[in-house]
Design a protein around this ligand. Structure first.
Ligand SMILES: Cc1cc2nc3c(=O)[nH]c(=O)nc-3n(C[C@H](O)[C@H](O)[C@H](O)COP(=O)(O)O)c2cc1C
Length: 185
């Protein structure tokens, strides 16, 4: 079976990050990639909260995560939280596609990161209610994942059971499990 493009096949979610910083030019490029994602009516219903390790908000983002995630994510030099604008400013209507569109922006960011030799590990294991409060997220936005971003690190710096996650086999469903010819039944 042929593999997809290398930018796709090279991406995976590490638990070990190097302490090397992601500089602001690189951070800018990541969001430049995200911003060129398509969206209905070009509404671009995304926001990204970011914090580098030097920023006080880094600790806030880290503190939202469950303990298992904090354990490895704390070595990542950059944390990013994508937000979806689920209530449009146009007549305050719900935007049912906002999550889909933020996902595309994040997909772009993942490809750009891979092209730049950066690794991204996303997590949903964090306190969403506390995130809304502590990060002062406007009510029309819904927080998505938190992304830990940085360069590949040495898993030996982590507890053995955590480090072992990097050696786990990566698998996916067979195409037949999600592909539907024509209609669903
Ligand atoms: C929305 C989302 C939420 C995730 N939540 C967590 C999480 O809380 N903790 C964690 O360690 N990994 C989390 N992951 C990482 C997935 O487990 C990982 O992407 C999946 O196992 C596939 O592995 P791969 O990214 O290496 O291809 C999350 C990934 C996504 C996209």
């Amino acid at each position: 079976m042929k593999k997809p493009h290398q930018l796709i096949s090279d991406r995976w979610s590490p638990v070990a990050f190097d302490s090397k910083e992601v500089d602001f030019d690189q951070i800018h490029l990541l969001f430049e990639a995200a911003k060129w994602a398509p969206s209905a009516m070009n509404s671009q219903p995304w926001r990204f909260i970011f914090a580098t390790k030097k920023m006080s908000e880094y600790k806030t983002l880290l503190g939202l995560m469950n303990e298992d995630n904090q354990l490895w994510a704390k070595s990542a030099p950059l944390l990013v939280m994508p937000l979806a604008q689920v209530i449009s400013t146009y007549k305050n209507r719900p935007n049912r596609l906002a999550l889909y569109e933020v996902g595309m922006a994040v997909g772009n960011l993942l490809l750009q990161a891979t092209a730049m030799g950066l690794m991204v590990h996303q997590m949903s294991g964090y306190d969403v209610d506390r995130a809304k409060e502590e990060l002062i997220i406007p009510t029309r936005y819904e927080p998505m994942s938190i992304m830990a971003i940085g360069y590949k690190g040495d898993p030996a710096q982590l507890p053995k059971d955590v480090a072992a996650r990097e050696r786990r086999e990566r698998t996916r469903n067979e195409n037949s499990k999600f592909l539907v010819a024509g209609k669903c039944k």
